[in-house]
Design a protein around this ligand. Structure first.
Ligand SMILES: Cc1cc2nc3c(=O)[nH]c(=O)nc-3n(C[C@H](O)[C@H](O)[C@H](O)COP(=O)(O)O)c2cc1C
Length: 387
C-alpha cells in the first residue's frame, strides 16, 4: 500500500498501522474504556441525511469559513494533537506547512514537540495554541506569554482533561512519552526499522513547551493519561478560564464544551469560540458525540460565538452535515494524524487535498455555492424529528 493509493481516512489509517510500532499506532487510534464514544463520533453522521438542491449554478464554489476573525480557505482545520514527532520525524513542522499550503488553521498542543517560537516564526497560516492548565502556574503563564511574543492568533484552553481518560490500549501496550525502552517496545521498534532509525538518529525527542519547567514527558517517561492526572490542575474553574482569557487578551476558545449551559458560560466569560468536542472519545466514554450535540448548542449560542464541530470527521459529507446544522467550521485530529504517520508532510497534504476535493464535489452535488447556502433545510434526521 502506497500514499498514492490513499483515497480516504481508512486508507491512511491502514498505512499508519503498517508503518508505526504498535504502541504508537494504538496511542493515536485508541480511545477511552470501550471506545463507544469514539465510534459514535463518526456514526452520528450516519443518522442524518443530506437533502440536495439542484440547478444552482455551481461552477464556482467558495468553501471559505471565518473562524475567530481569520478567513480559512477550507471549512475544516487541524485540531491540536500531542507528540507529533513520535508519529513522524517531521512532526508539527509537516502538519503546519501542510496547513499553510491549504490556507487553513493549525493547532499546536501544549504537549507539542516543536516550539511555539519556531512555529510562530516559520508559519504564516493562522495558528492556535492549545493550553493545558498546569498546577505549575509559572508554566501555564509562561506558555501564554510565549504565544503573545510569537504572535499566535488564538489560544484554546482544553477543559475536558481534568483527569486522564482510561485509555486501555495504552495500558496494554505500555505506551509512554517518551517511549520506555523495554524488551517489548524494542521489539516493536525493530519490526519498524525506518521509524526506529528516524526516532533514534534524528533530533532528540522533547516536549518543547514544557521541558524547561518539568521533566515529565521529556526525560521521565509516563503515559499521557498519568500526565493529565498528576500535572494538570483539577481545581480549574470558570474564574481560572476567564483569567487565562484576560492574560492572553486575544481570540480565546474553550475546547471540550459539550453542554448548552457551558456554551452559554463560555459566551459570558468572553470566549470567541468553542470547540464542541469530547477529545476524540479519549476522555469520558459514554459522552455524547459532538455532531449529536451540535444543533442545540448552535440554537443557544450561535451568532454570539464561533461553534466548531470537533471529532469523528472522516469525510467531506461529515463537514457538510456539521455546517448544515450550524457549525461555523469543523476540526479533526486523526484524519490528518494517520496521514502524518503514513507519509509525513506529503501525507498530510494528501489528506487535506482529499478532504478539499470531497467538500467541493459534495457542495456542488448539494447545490451550495458557499457555506452560507447550507442550513437545516438540507438536513433530515432519521428517527424522531429533532429540528
Ligand atoms: C493522538 C492524539 C493526540 C491528541 N492530543 C491532544 C492534545 O494534546 N490536546 C488537545 O486538546 N487535544 C488533543 N487531542 C484531541 C484532538 O484535538 C481532537 O479533539 C480529536 O482528535 C478530535 O477527534 P478525531 O480524532 O476523531 O478528529 C488528541 C487526539 C489524538 C487522536
Amino acid at each position: 500500500m502506497k500514499l498514492k493509493n490513499c483515497n480516504n481516512t481508512s486508507d491512511f489509517r491502514e498505512l499508519a498501522r503498517r508503518r508505526l510500532p504498535g504502541p504508537i499506532f494504538h496511542y493515536i487510534d485508541g480511545a477511552a474504556d470501550d471506545e463507544v464514544t469514539y465510534r459514535r463520533n463518526t456514526q452520528a453522521f450516519d443518522d442524518c441525511d443530506l437533502v440536495p438542491n439542484v440547478l444552482a449554478g455551481v461552477e464556482q464554489i467558495d468553501m471559505s469559513a471565518v473562524v475567530m476573525g481569520k478567513k480559512l480557505d477550507m471549512p475544516i482545520f487541524l485540531s491540536p494533537t500531542a507528540l507529533q514527532r513520535l508519529f513522524h520525524y517531521q512532526g508539527e513542522r509537516a502538519v503546519a506547512r501542510a496547513a499553510e499550503k491549504f490556507g487553513t488553521l493549525f493547532g499546536i498542543s501544549s504537549l507539542g514537540t516543536v516550539s511555539i517560537e519556531e512555529i510562530g516564526e516559520s508559519i504564516s497560516t493562522p495558528k492556535m495554541f492549545q493550553l493545558y492548565f498546569h498546577k505549575d502556574k509559572g508554566l501555564t503563564n509562561a506558555m501564554i506569554d510565549r504565544c503573545k511574543e510569537a504572535n499566535f492568533d488564538a489560544v484554546a484552553l482544553t477543559v475536558d482533561t481534568i483527569v486522564g481518560g482510561n485509555r486501555e490500549r495504552d495500558l496494554v501496550t505500555g505506551f509512554t512519552s517518551p517511549p520506555r525502552l523495554t524488551a517489548r517496545s524494542l521489539l516493536s521498534f525493530a519490526l519498524h526499522p525506518r521509524w526506529a532509525l528516524n526516532y533514534f538518529l534524528r533530533e532528540k525527542f522533547e516536549l518543547s513547551q514544557l521541558k524547561d519547567h518539568v521533566q515529565e514527558g521529556t526525560d521521565i517517561s509516563l503515559s499521557v493519561s498519568e500526565y493529565f492526572s498528576t500535572m494538570l490542575d483539577q481545581s480549574m474553574d470558570w474564574q481560572d478560564a476567564e483569567a487565562v482569557r484576560k492574560r492572553w487578551g486575544g481570540h480565546f476558545c474553550l475546547k471540550g464544551i459539550m453542554s448548552v449551559e457551558d456554551a452559554r458560560r463560555a459566551v459570558d466569560i468572553g470566549a470567541t469560540a468553542i470547540m464542541v468536542s469530547n477529545h476524540g472519545g479519549r476522555q469520558l466514554d459514554g459522552s455524547r458525540a459532538p455532531f449529536d450535540q451540535l444543533a442545540e448548542i448552535v440554537d443557544a449560542v450561535g451568532g454570539s460565538i464561533d461553534v466548531i464541530c470537533d471529532g469523528g470527521i472522516r469525510r467531506g459529507t461529515h463537514v457538510l452535515k456539521a455546517l448544515s446544522a450550524g457549525a461555523t467550521a469543523c476540526s479533526g485530529g486523526r484524519f490528518y494524524l494517520y496521514a502524518l504517520a503514513a507519509a509525513g508532510q506529503p501525507g498530510v497534504e494528501r489528506a487535506l487535498s482529499n478532504m478539499r476535493t470531497e467538500i467541493e464535489r459534495d457542495m456542488k452535488l448539494m447545490g451550495a455555492r458557499s457555506i452560507a447556502d447550507l442550513g437545516r433545510h438540507n438536513l433530515r434526521y432519521r428517527g424522531p424529528a429533532r429540528l
